[in-house]
Design a protein around this ligand. Structure first.
Ligand SMILES: Cc1cc2nc3c(=O)[nH]c(=O)nc-3n(C[C@H](O)[C@H](O)[C@H](O)COP(=O)(O)OP(=O)(O)OC[C@H]3O[C@@H](n4cnc5c(N)ncnc54)[C@H](O)[C@@H]3O)c2cc1C
Length: 293
């Protein structure tokens, strides 16, 4: 199957890129899964013009919009990317082969998981991977921030401005001294026993630790740092940063002709507004490139 623009990622950035690209009359295909988008379990209240909505609803509407302008959506994962004579070749986990003149990488970031009982079941019901996104929902409530690194230190400090109590659960601290001191000075209480289980019926109500003690909390923020899904882009000659981000120029070109990147994968802030804004520009630029305009 042959297209002008292929987009890897069916989240905020990829769908906005698809809307912009197909409105520029480029034959556009989007690959990815909405349920794998960071937005899927999110409640969003900081996006322009939308006072409060679920991430699922934003994704559903975005998918409808993209299709209404002619983009083709395929809920498949890309497992191989390569250069071809006319541009790029993609292979999906369903065996679909896609050729496109331009490629947009909008595959977001992978948030590291703890893999303890309750984490998956209570995701979006008190379990979060993004303190800066969800802080406002925990005003006056006790929370735990899990993680030993600087990411966790920043989140623990941030949460002291919202939560009634912040437990910072870290077996061996790895955060920079400055950030660590800032979090502790702000009132975060350090707990050194590793987490064992997140509990609660419908919503998080407790965090059990390896030493058998229980923390009564309504929120558990898992802040173990993040790893970008950039390995496949490297096969195209795109060089990610040591942090796993893809650096782009003002046209969202990833430094290889015909390859663009947008959204969380280009770096922080990991926010819908940034992802959609970047997707809009990347989609338009990729469409123009592919159509030779
Ligand atoms: C719990 C939570 C709450 C949040 N709350 C807010 C909020 O309130 N406000 C806010 O602005 N932001 C919030 N965010 C951040 C926001 O969700 C992200 O910034 C945004 O979704 C990034 O968009 P993206 O398109 O770059 O990535 P994503 O939306 O994560 O989409 C990535 C897409 O790439 C696809 N993909 C990955 N690998 C492949 C592959 N190999 N092949 C094909 N497809 C692939 C996935 O299937 C997915 O569709 C929150 C995030 C989380 C986790």
């Amino acid at each position: 199957m042959s297209y002008d623009v292929a987009i890897v990622g069916m989240g905020a950035a990829g769908l906005q890129a698809a809307i912009s690209s197909s409105r520029k009359k480029a034959r556009t295909v989007v690959l990815g899964r909405p349920e794998d988008s960071a937005l899927y379990g999110a409640e969003v209240e900081n996006y322009f013009g939308v006072p409060r909505t679920s991430g699922k609803e934003l994704l559903r509407t975005g998918m409808e919009q993209a299709e209404s302008f002619g983009a083709e959506l395929r809920q498949e994962d890309v497992i191989e990317m390569s250069k071809s004579e006319g541009g790029f070749k993609l292979l999906s986990d369903m065996g679909t082969e896609i050729e496109a003149k331009a490629l947009i990488v909008a595959s977001g970031i992978m948030r590291k998981k703890l893999n303890i009982p309750g984490e998956k079941e209570l995701f979006g019901k008190g379990v979060s991977y993004c303190a800066s996104c969800d802080c406002n929902f925990y005003k006056g409530k006790p929370v735990a921030v899990i993680g030993a690194g600087s990411e966790a230190a920043v989140s623990a400090e941030l949460m002291t401005h919202y939560a009634s109590k912040v437990y910072w659960v870290a077996a061996e601290l790895d955060a920079s001294e400055g950030l660590r001191e800032k979090a502790l000075k702000a009132g975060a209480e350090l707990v050194s026993s590793p987490p064992k289980e997140i509990g609660g019926d419908d919503k998080v109500s407790r965090l059990t630790l390896e030493d058998g003690s229980e923390l009564e909390v309504n929120g558990v923020f898992i802040e173990l740092g993040a790893r970008s899904t950039t390995d496949m882009a490297m096969d195209l000659g795109v060089m990610p940063t040591p942090e796993g981000e893809i650096k782009v120029d003002k046209d969202f070109s990833a430094g290889v002709e015909g390859v663009y990147a947008c959204g969380d994968i280009t770096g922080k802030p990991w926010q819908v507004a940034k992802a959609a804004g970047e997707g809009g520009v990347a989609g338009e630029r990729a469409a123009k490139y592919a159509r030779g305009l």
